[in-house]
Ligand binder design. Structure first.
Ligand code: SF4
Length: 77
């Protein structure tokens, strides 16, 4: 599901840090978007919700669906 903020904004991936426990599914599916720290937690490049390019939308949706902690959401902003 995509939560609409600014309908004309970029598609972004939000990580709920209160839920994430660093299992690493998201960085395996989106290696160009998310790095991984020493404990398996995803790292964004600028500490903002990363922009999801058109070519990575399918992988991002898959990450949202497969995150075992339901910590990922897509939104426009
Ligand atoms: S898949 Fe979910 S729980 Fe695992 S690291 Fe990514 S956000 Fe965290």
């Amino acid at each position: 599901m995509i939560h609409n903020g600014n309908p004309n904004g970029n598609l972004r991936l939000h990580i709920d840090w209160t839920r994430c426990d660093g299992r690493g599914v998201c960085n395996e599916l989106l290696p160009e978007t998310l790095a991984r720290d020493d404990w398996g937690y995803p790292l964004t490049h600028d500490h903002r919700d990363p922009v999801i390019d058109q070519g990575r939308i399918t992988a991002a949706r898959e990450a949202v669906d497969l995150c075992p902690r339901l910590a990922l959401t897509l939104h426009r902003g």
